[in-house]
Design a protein around this ligand. Sequence first.
Ligand code: C2E
Ligand code: CA
Ligand code: CA
Ligand code: CA
Length: 276
Amino acid sequence: AKSNGRGRAEIFDAALRTELEARAKLEADIRAGLATDEFELHYQPVMSVATGELRSYEALIRWRHPEHGMIPPNDFIPAAEESLLICEIGRWVLDHATRQLAEWTRQDPHGHGHVTMAVNISARHLASTSLVDEVRHALEHSGLDAARLVLEITETVLLDEPTADAHLRDLRNLGVTVSLDDFGTGYTSIGQLQKLQVDTLKIDQSFLRSDDPATQALVQLMITAAHAFNLDVVAEGVETQEQLDRLATIGCELAQGYYLGRPQPAADTGVVAGTV
Ligand code: C2E
Ligand code: CA
Ligand code: CA
Ligand code: CA
């Protein structure tokens, strides 16, 4: 039994070593990818439910890997979030997304003058002392108005990070907007919404998938509460006309999803050409 235990420990060590090596390789690859411009942003529209007008874009990162092809964010963002690499990625995304919207606005002031750009910010990045300066720098460098940048954060960030609150206050003082992503999947209750320093709620796509009347009643409740607290609401994951009609009925003003537009490279967004 003793030798058996030893054997298992060795196997465990080997597995751990392999995992650590894989992690280290992924981190080195991401670093190299940042240096050689292997990342790109795709942009997904957010539309007004009532009018179909374009209101915003969400910037979503992809990795065009030289060997593995296009890698979706869920395959590398969680690993990057384990280290400070996520801050480097976040900085890259902030710079590119703000420059892209500034460029679109220069080319098409009428169509894009009021459109905003949403960027996903990870917990560790929000906790870092440099985020506020990085956001300020991205705005100055691109010439984009602060009011046109939206930072999407998930609710876990707000509850776990003591510094997040202070940083959010600084960011909102800059004039940027903050959006609570994936709402309904975490621990924030509707009652806590009032205390959070956010401007917009994004209702997680899982709620739209369900035809269960209780779930639909819950969505209605979230929207009513959000409006009572003066928050805008975006429904994520709209895939059918039926879902869009339902959102109109329950008074949800903004929607995002494959039915309205998939995430696309800047050059394919259709409105104007020109990528940065
Ligand atoms: P998220 O922020 O909740 O982004 C929405 C995800 O849902 C995107 O997946 C989008 O392509 C997908 N989606 C949009 N509409 C629909 C729909 O109608 N149906 C379905 N089934 N899916 C839809 P994506 O681009 O693969 O991103 C996944 C997650 O990776 C994001 O979830 C976000 O948490 C993270 N992520 C993406 N880009 C970045 C980034 O630049 N920085 C950070 N920190 N995280 C990012
Ligand atoms: Ca998001
Ligand atoms: Ca989301
Ligand atoms: Ca998410």
